[in-house]
Design a protein around this ligand. Structure first.
Ligand SMILES: C[S@@+](CC[C@H](N)C(=O)[O-])C[C@H]1O[C@@H](n2cnc3c(N)ncnc32)[C@H](O)[C@@H]1O
Length: 184
């Protein structure tokens, strides 16, 4: 085989690898959609803005429901000594979240691959949620009755109508709002 032929074969193999990776990625992104909400990470600038506008007591147990790559928990871990738990139905984003958290050397954050509908987050002090309303709707019972202590709920992008009477504040950005509720 000449060196040109060898390069040609290598190029075809590389194309296959890219195609197969894209296919696997698409399948797992579809998993997020089917779970109830597509994967879109909260912008870092929005996370910073949210954290400037809320008070997170140290020692809080924070869950990010549908955590994606875990960026919210990593931002919180950097500024507060908290315990963070991220839950996501998509194994690829959980893999990325664990990888990024490991290289950031953060030991107070863990990630669980699972469906939030069946997950137990009753011991949370704070919930961070950035998901489609139809999925948030299904958490009503867990959030309102299945909790062990007062709970702050931070909902990025969407109001939670069943928490109306617990509404505390709205954090405004030009493109997106965040709604904070406090249930005691
Ligand atoms: C809009 S993204 C938010 C990601 C992350 N919270 C952030 O703000 O950067 C929604 C995430 O919810 C996840 N998801 C969708 N349905 C889910 C379900 N039933 N259980 C757990 N996670 C789910 C998706 O895989 C996706 O990563």
């Amino acid at each position: 085989m000449t060196s040109i032929e060898m390069w040609y074969v290598l190029l075809i193999i590389a194309e296959f690898v890219v195609l197969i990776s894209a296919f696997i990625y698409a399948i797992f992104m579809l998993r997020s959609w089917l779970g109830g909400s597509p994967y879109v990470g909260t912008k870092k600038s929005n996370i910073d803005h949210i954290l400037e506008n809320i008070d997170i007591p140290s020692g809080s147990r924070i869950y990010d429901l549908g955590c994606g790559d875990g960026r919210f928990l990593r931002s919180v871990a950097n500024i507060q000594s908290i315990v963070g738990v991220g839950i996501d139905i998509n194994p690829i984003v959980i893999f990325i979240a664990r990888f990024l958290t490991r290289i950031s050397k953060l030991k107070n954050i863990t990630f669980i691959h699972g469906n939030i509908i069946s997950a137990d987050f009753s011991d949370a002090d704070i919930l961070y949620i950035y998901m489609f309303p139809a999925l948030i709707e299904k958490l009503e019972n867990k959030i309102l009755t299945n909790r062990l202590k007062p709970l702050m709920v931070i909902s990025h992008g969407f109001k939670i109508h069943y928490l109306n009477k617990y509404f505390k504040k709205e954090i405004d950005r030009v493109t997106i709002k965040t709604y904070v509720y406090y249930i005691n």
